[in-house]
Each structure stands twice: as structure tokens, then as C-alpha cells.
Write a protein that binds this ligand. Structure first.
Ligand code: ATP
Length: 365
């Protein structure tokens, strides 16, 4: 009973069984999600998976065909966008071009002029742009405009901040900078935030929890670490981060045959002996050893290709013993130096049992 009470106190938004059709097309299918007070949740998924539609339903800009939305105990399923009064920031900055920054931010504020002016000053300080009150949107950079849009969304101290791809129109450097700023601001204010993005890096760095969506359904809800390290489906594993996929056959619950080797998988699985399964391992989890040693999970890989990608190297190797599988491996400069690679050299490859995961063809094992 106590835990139920706690859940009610800390739950800001409770979405249950949301369904949405556009004609005969099902955009959202049985979406259920609880968002806690102060939490930063990212809706992540490929184009067309339904994340914007879900955000618009939460905002009250779109109506669901069925399902309910409850905010801190009140059923708001039928409430209009104006009644909900959430702060919203869209991908395109959507500032009024004919209004100054101060007028844009004060747009939704009610009350006396001097109170509004004080609030605008407060918000401009909060977004780190105290001196731009009298400028017009066209005089600002994309990053500055998006900060102003954020200030406008926060002006009325909404219970919920909704962000629809707020960074996708910005160039990479500004985007990365603003990512950190928005996250810091959100934590400082403690405002419950739901952000739509198709950028996995954005979701991994900003979210407390990520909701991975595909074809109108939720594939997985989890912290960034859970989603990255323990993806619940092949789709999630592929969409968030890079993976190597190896087709193997189960010989017992924790062992599989890959080519001429047997490999151990530490994670508990529901493998059925004799059945085909898909092993997956992240490129950075594969170990390349400077010297050969006898043991399990080891084979010699032939270097096919190597490239520098910023602070790490990406290598491609083929492993004859493991049915000629091609592996992508990511290693640091220091690891590369230890390998002393030469042309066509064979490199010992080790697959740690605790880093290998196994999926049955459709769902996580
Ligand atoms: P993107 O990142 O490209 O915006 P998304 O995941 O946000 O994608 P939605 O915009 O929610 O996807 O759209 C989900 C699906 O519903 C898409 O196939 C889209 O074409 C369709 N859709 C969205 N709005 C409408 C509408 N008003 N009428 C008909 N179909 C729509």
C-alpha cells in the first residue's frame, strides 16, 4: 500500500492504452508509460514511428482514439492544449519574427508589466543571454533562438516541458553544447520533461529514461545504460549503438556453437539446444590481444580494414574459425600501439562471455 501511495505522489504523468489511427494506418498501438516528477524522458525512434504523434497527444494538440492520460491524479485525456498549459519547444524555433526577444518570452505571461519584465530578465539570465532582450529573432543565431524558445516555454513555470526535436535544426557543435545546457537547466528547475528525438546520442546523454519506439509501439523503456547494455530486442540493439551479429546454434542454455568453436554466454538465456540464435556483441567489447594464448572464446582474426574515427580506431576482421564472420572492433590508440599491427597480420580475438548476448530470432532471450 505504501509503495502505491509513493508511486502516486511521484508520478507526474500516467499514459495508458493510447491508440491512434490516421485512416486505416495505426500510428500508435497501446502506448502506456508513467513519467515521474522531475524526470527527463526521451521518446526515441526512427522517422515515422509515432513519437511526434504521441508528444502531440500529450500536449493536447491531437486526440487519441482510445486510452487515458492522467496528470497528478487528474484525468486530462479530454483537456485542451490551453487547459494543460505545458511548455512546448518545436524543432523550428517558432518565435514571432515581429516581436523582440523580451516580447516573445513574455507572450504567454499574464499580470502587471513590471512583473513580466522581471520574469523576462530572470529567464534571460537562466538561459545565459542576459543582454538580448531588445533584439529580434532574425538577429540571433539558431542556437540563441532555440534558447529563447526554451525561455518562452518555461516562462509560466509549466508542470511539463515538451521538446520536439529541439536541436535537430542546429549544427553539430551548437547542438552538443545546447544539449548539455538544456539538461543542466532541466535539472536545476526540476521540470518534468519529455523530448522527442531520433538521435540516439542525444537520448543517451540527456535522458533519465529512454522510450524506444518502432512502428507505433514501445519496444523498450529503460535508463540509457539499460537500453545500451541490455537491449530487449534486436531492433533496440541495432537502433542504439553499433552491434556485431553472429548467427550461432544453441548447444545448451549458456553455450552456443559458432563455426568450429563453442562459446559461453554468461547472461541467463532461454536458449533451446539445437535452435538457431543471434549473438550480439558491441564493437568496443571485443578484445584484441597482443599475444596468442590458448583458451576458450579465442580465435585468430584477419585484419581487413582499419580507420581512425576521432579518439578511437575502427577495425574490421574476419575470423575463419567462427564461420568466416566479419567483426567490427573499436579500440583505443593505446590498445592499437600494443598490437604492433603489420599488413595481413592475424590478431588474437577474444569474446568475453559476459559481453555476449543472445536473441532468439524475434525477441530478446
Ligand atoms: P518524424 O521523426 O519523421 O517526425 P515520428 O516518429 O515523429 O517521425 P509521427 O510524426 O508521429 O512520426 O508520424 C507517425 C506516422 O503517422 C507517420 O507514418 C506519419 O506519416 C503518420 N501521420 C502523422 N500525422 C498524420 C496525419 N495528420 N495524417 C495522416 N498520417 C499522419
Amino acid at each position: 500500500r505504501e509503495s502505491t501511495t509513493n508511486l502516486n505522489i511521484t508520478t507526474e504523468l500516467s499514459i495508458a492504452g493510447i491508440q491512434k489511427q490516421f485512416g486505416s494506418f495505426t500510428a500508435l498501438r497501446d502506448i502506456s508509460l508513467n513519467v515521474q516528477k522531475g524526470e527527463f524522458v526521451c521518446l526515441l525512434g526512427p522517422s515515422g514511428c509515432g513519437k511526434t504523434t504521441l508528444l502531440r497527444i500529450i500536449a493536447g494538440l491531437e486526440t487519441a482514439d482510445s486510452g487515458t492520460i492522467v496528470q497528478t491524479g487528474c484525468d486530462i485525456t479530454k483537456a485542451s492544449a490551453a487547459e494543460r498549459d505545458y511548455g512546448i519547444v518545436f524543432q523550428s524555433y517558432a518565435l514571432f519574427p515581429n516581436l523582440s526577444v523580451a516580447q516573445n518570452i513574455a507572450y504567454g505571461l499574464k499580470g502587471r508589466a513590471q512583473d513580466k519584465a522581471r520574469r523576462v530578465t530572470e529567464l534571460l539570465t537562466l538561459i545565459g543571454l542576459p543582454a538580448i532582450a531588445d533584439k529580434y529573432p532574425a538577429q540571433l543565431s539558431g542556437g540563441q533562438q532555440q534558447r529563447v524558445a526554451l525561455a518562452r516555454a518555461l516562462a509560466t513555470s509549466p508542470n511539463l516541458l515538451l521538446l520536439d526535436e529541439p536541436l535537430s535544426a542546429l549544427d553539430a557543435q551548437v547542438r552538443e553544447h545546447l544539449r548539455t545546457e538544456i539538461k543542466a537547466l532541466q535539472q536545476k528547475l526540476g521540470v518534468t520533461t519529455i523530448m522527442v528525438t531520433h538521435d540516439q546520442e542525444e537520448a543517451l546523454t540527456m535522458a533519465d529514461r529512454i522510450v524506444v519506439m518502432n512502428h507505433g509501439v514501445i519496444e523498450q523503456i529503460g535508463t540509457p545504460t539499460e537500453i545500451y547494455q541490455h537491449p530487449a530486442s534486436r531492433f533496440v540493439a541495432d537502433f542504439v549503438g553499433h552491434c556485431n551479429w553472429l548467427t550461432a546454434h544453441a548447444v545448451s542454455e549458456h553455450r552456443v556453437r559458432l563455426g568450429e568453436s563453442e562459446l559461453e554466454i554468461s547472461h541467463s538465456t532461454r536458449l533451446k539446444p539445437g535452435h538457431e540464435c543471434e549473438l550480439f556483441i558491441r564493437p568496443e567489447d571485443i578484445q584484441l590481444l597482443p599475444n596468442w594464448r590458448a583458451g576458450e572464446q579465442l580465435a585468430l582474426g584477419k585484419l581487413l580494414h582499419m580507420e581512425l574515427i576521432g579518439c578511437v580506431y575502427r577495425l574490421r576482421l574476419s575470423v575463419a574459425l567462427w564461420a568466416g564472420v566479419e567483426l567490427e572492433v573499436v579500440i583505443s590508440h593505446r590498445e592499437l600501439a600494443q598490437l604492433r599491427l603489420g599488413d595481413g597480420q592475424l590478431i588474437p580475438v577474444y569474446l568475453p562471455p559476459d559481453k555476449l548476448r543472445c536473441f532468439m530470432p524475434e525477441r530478446a532471450a
